[in-house]
Design a protein around this ligand. Structure first.
Ligand SMILES: [Zn+2]
Length: 239
């Protein structure tokens, strides 16, 4: 079967996390049938997930990185199948802010989704990790009001994530949403900042969005998503 390298498969929406719908509604094994590369969070907003080469890892709020097993579930995740045919582009020394600004220009990221895979050597990496919540779940802004942050200097690793047009903010995170995992699999999280020394990036424009909603979850089916202030809450929690 031809590999589908054109589809962003997304389970759940960022908007459903805002009122605190943190139930795990897709198993990792199911998710991995839709892609080998991506990001997400575990049930209960338990940490930051990075999917690389078909393997899922969790950055936990205690700073550890753990293998995610097949039966573990997620409320929100985005994956795609990495296209190894795509060219790699060298990346000069720069900060994360400079990188995202440069990549938008270079790859023409504006109105379509794209998967980003950036491997390299980093002077400095700064991540945060969402702490696990218990039921009854609080709203996202409460859950993420205080999040452990971690830094690492002189580390090799991979940045994985997505660019999404602002139009889809709420469905997902508008603009860039990037996670990091070190080559030694000891350090990971949701990226706040980095300074790369040298590296290479693959930008995979994804024409298709396959949005999979947790229709078996009664809380999701009945929840009121408050559109007023939705993006404010998302930006507060995710930036
Ligand atoms: Zn994240």
């Amino acid at each position: 079967m031809m590999k589908d390298v054109q589809t962003l498969y997304q389970h759940g929406t960022l908007a459903l996390l805002v009122p605190g719908l943190f139930d795990g509604t897709i198993t990792t094994s199911d998710l991995l049938t839709h892609g080998d590369t991506g990001i997400g969070t575990l049930a209960g907003l338990d940490g930051e997930v990075v999917i690389i080469n078909g393997q899922a890892f969790q950055a936990a709020a205690d700073g550890t990185v753990n293998a995610v097993t097949d039966e573990m579930t997620m409320p929100f995740a985005s994956v795609h199948t990495f296209d190894s045919q795509l060219p790699t582009t060298p990346v000069a020394a720069m900060t994360m802010m400079a990188f995202t600004a440069w990549l938008k220009q270079f790859a023409g990221l504006k109105n379509a989704f794209a998967g980003i895979v950036l491997t390299g050597t980093f002077n400095h990496v700064h991540v945060r990790v969402a702490p696990k919540q218990v039921k009854p779940y609080p709203p996202l802004t409460t859950a993420t009001a205080s999040q452990p942050e971690f830094t690492r200097n002189d580390v090799t690793g991979t940045v994985i994530g997505y660019f999404a047009p602002e139009l889809y903010a709420g469905v997902t995170v508008g603009d860039f949403h990037l996670h990091f995992i070190s080559d030694d699999r000891q350090f990971a999280g949701h990226l706040l900042d980095f300074a790369i020394t040298t590296g290479e990036v693959v930008t995979q424009v994804l024409p298709n969005l396959l949005l999979h909603l947790p229709t078996d979850n009664a809380d999701f089916m009945h929840a009121d998503i408050d559109l007023q202030g939705l993006n404010e809450s998302i930006n507060q929690a995710e930036r």
